[in-house]
Write a protein that binds this ligand. Structure first.
Ligand code: HEM
Length: 134
């Protein structure tokens, strides 16, 4: 079992996770619609590896705004992201972590994702209530 303490291992985690996400009947279509091409998927993997390197290895690699990205993705796909979408995301995240990794970082990756997910859904819902000025 891997320990999740190098960039290579995090890259592996990200790729395994999105393999499951892309073929999931509930949340897969959101990702495939917004990300689309293989070229964009590669960029997504790099970005998400940066994100988790920043979170788990305390190295500044990710600079971005995940909240805004999700508010936009929700609007682009018909404002249907709800709690059940996040539940499925978490289920696949936990399953991928448990299948390939062990140790402290696994716990941290689950905890971080859970905290971010709660805040993200709230921010997605808030963005829906903000109507553009005509
Ligand atoms: C139902 C749950 C989720 C859905 C449907 C979803 C969907 C997406 C999509 C479609 C993108 C690509 C946006 C783009 O390229 O324009 C994205 C990016 C991203 N997601 Fe998620 N996501 C979910 C949950 C999460 C969670 C829980 C986290 C973190 C723990 C997360 C972290 C990120 C990050 C860091 C990016 C990159 C943002 C950037 O462009 O800088 N996502 N997500």
């Amino acid at each position: 079992m891997k320990k999740l303490d190098t960039r290579e291992e995090i890259d592996f985690l990200v790729r395994q996770f999105y393999k499951a996400v892309r073929t999931d009947s509930l949340i897969g279509p959101i990702f495939n619609e917004v990300i689309g091409s293989e070229e964009n998927w590669e960029k997504h993997f790099d970005k998400l590896t940066d994100f988790w390197v920043t979170n788990l290895l305390n190295q500044v690699a990710y600079k971005g705004s995940p909240i805004v990205a999700h508010q936009k993705a929700d609007k682009e796909t018909g404002e249907k992201i709800e709690q059940n979408y996040f539940d499925r995301w978490m289920e696949l995240w936990y399953a991928t972590l448990d299948e390939h990794f062990e140790g402290d970082k696994v716990h941290r990756a689950k905890q971080n994702a859970q905290n971010i997910a709660t805040f993200m859904l709230l921010k997605i819902k808030m963005a829906r209530q903000t109507k553009p000025i005509a």
